[in-house]
Design a protein around this ligand. Structure first.
Ligand SMILES: Cc1cc2nc3c(=O)[nH]c(=O)nc-3n(C[C@H](O)[C@H](O)[C@H](O)COP(=O)(O)OP(=O)(O)OC[C@H]3O[C@@H](n4cnc5c(N)ncnc54)[C@H](O)[C@@H]3O)c2cc1C
Length: 465
């Protein structure tokens, strides 16, 4: 341990217990990288605070010495978001993992940032409620808010920013603020809640979230629809959305992805381009919605529709979808995963996926296409041998090409994973003159650039790297 780290540790131990401050090599390593191909870097220290007040004190210590602070939820982000490129203090929120209040009459819940989405849903079930956003990883709600995550149900219920009503935030100065209120709507002041959702730990630490929740639907129906080609499947989704079919989930998996699902989960799903679908509602309404969907998919040459009738089969279907990235990781030992994340207007989706598939065919890499197609968001999963520089270059070039395609059609480089380090290079192209406005916001709130430096936007410290 160097002298600066020893001094920091001593200062932190003035108000934290010894088990809340770690320089243990394994713990540093576990906090040094995310689940993607980005290379890791160790922080100096990892701290495990238990309250906003402790976080405020930690940030004041960091501020005094200009030490970077990296908020860390589960570390499941995919663009180097939590990597300590410039060392510093990583704040792990796993000890702040309580559901503090269920306001069932208001359809609101208050949680600490380290609560995971499945933990929250377990706590809500006895109230007949559920939280809708479900990224593939069992991420923390703090991390999900900080990346504006979404998932399979966003086509019906919206993304993370639609669910966050209020945040408690510790600013880079150590001040503790609230960004919203318990009121369903408000026209009062700048919308700081929206500013902090998607801020990726660059503007402060989220220490409590007030989130919207929903009643568990009376009836749920899930189905798998197989198509002769991926084009047919995508066109069917576009027709469904344009016809206003109230689908709650619609996920696309190409043939390669279905193969991975079968290998990883032991299922025997038909190995063709497939839509996983789900509908929520009352029995009569559901029957109408499903009949409408059937008519549309048949018009697009759907070959087989298999309805998952019982709860267990339905759970298995969505578990298989959520495990898909892990199916690729486990199926390609020794390789790292690059996931693209473009999102385009629905009318451009078929063209975007067709363009992506043509480019992928030129790569000769283990890969697949999947997506939250109801939102216009698709991912190419590329498995890369990091020892092979040419593979990495090919994958990066592909990523650049599809981002360029999406931006030229009014889309975005990232629909849900966020910018982190990996997508900073596209920010100028995507935001133009709005980017300096974002940099000015960062400089105003975090003048020393201590919060998660080198991510999302350039700051004083980030520029110097
Ligand atoms: C298998 C797999 C599937 C995935 N599927 C999806 C998907 O379907 N949809 C999707 O949106 N994403 C998906 N992701 C990406 C990832 O799960 C999300 O980005 C998730 O929201 C990150 O949450 P986390 O708790 O892991 O946060 P971390 O990775 O720990 O952190 C993410 C960012 O948030 C910041 N942060 C964390 N906690 C706080 C806090 N309390 N205050 C301030 N900043 C904070 C961090 O500094 C970092 O910048 C997937 C990842 C994997 C590995």
């Amino acid at each position: 341990m160097n002298t600066d780290t020893a001094i920091l540790q001593e200062e932190l131990l003035q108000f934290l217990r010894e088990d809340q401050v770690s320089t243990n090599e394994t713990i540093l390593t576990n906090h040094s990288k995310d689940e993607s191909y980005h290379e890791g870097s160790l922080p100096d220290l990892v701290v495990f605070p238990e309250s906003a007040e402790e976080i405020s004190k930690i940030i004041k210590v960091a501020d005094a010495s200009g030490t970077p602070v990296i908020p860390f939820g589960l570390g499941s982000s995919l663009e180097g978001h939590i990597i300590a490129y410039d060392k510093g203090i990583t704040i792990d929120f796993s000890s702040m993992n309580k559901v503090t209040e269920v306001r069932y009459k208001d359809f609101l819940v208050k949680v600490q940032p380290g609560v995971t989405r499945s933990q929250l849903n377990k706590a809500l079930k006895k109230h007949g409620l559920f939280f809708s956003v479900d990224p593939g990883a069992d991420a923390t709600l703090g991390g999900m808010a900080a990346t504006n995550a979404s998932g399979t149900t966003s086509v019906k219920y919206g993304v993370m920013k639609d669910q966050v009503q209020d945040l408690e935030v510790v600013l880079p100065s150590g001040e503790i603020i609230h960004t919203g209120s318990l009121a369903r709507k408000s026209s009062s002041g700048y919308d700081l809640t929206s500013l902090y959702v998607g801020s990726e730990g660059t503007l402060g630490c989220i220490t409590e979230l007030t989130l919207r929740v929903y009643g568990i639907p009376e009836h749920v129906m899930a189905a798998r629809a197989s198509f002769p080609t991926i084009d047919h499947a995508v066109e069917a989704v576009i027709s469904m959305l344009q016809a206003g079919v109230p689908v709650a989930r619609v996920e696309l998996l190409d043939e390669a992805s279905i193969r991975r699902v079968n290998q990883f989960n032991g299922t025997d799903y038909i190995e063709k381009a497939t839509l996983f679908l789900e509908f929520h509602g009352n029995e009569a309404g559901l029957q109408e919605d499903v009949a409408f969907m059937e008519e549309i998919v048949k018009n697009h040459e759907c070959e087989v529709i298999h309805f998952e009738k019982d709860n267990a089969a339905r759970m298995k279907l969505w578990e298989a979808r959520h495990n898909l990235a892990y199916a690729y990781i486990h199926g390609s030992p020794g390789k790292k995963m690059m996931v693209t994340d473009v999102c385009v207007p629905i009318s451009e989706l078929a063209g975007a996926i067709r363009h992506g598939r043509e480019k992928i065919a030129e790569l000769d890499l283990e890969s697949g296409i999947l997506g939250h197609v109801g939102d216009g968001n698709y991912h190419a999963l590329l498995m890369i041998d990091m020892e092979n520089e040419e593979e990495l270059k090919k994958a990066e070039k592909f990523n650049e090409e599809i981002v360029e395609y999406a931006l030229a059609r009014g889309g975005t480089c990232t629909g849900e994973h966020g910018v982190g380090k990996g997508k900073m290079k596209y920010q100028k192209r995507e935001h133009g003159k709005a980017l300096p406005v974002m940099e000015a916001v960062k400089a105003a709130i975090d003048p020393k650039g201590i919060m998660n430096p080198g991510k999302l936007v350039h700051s004083e410290r980030g520029n110097s790297q």
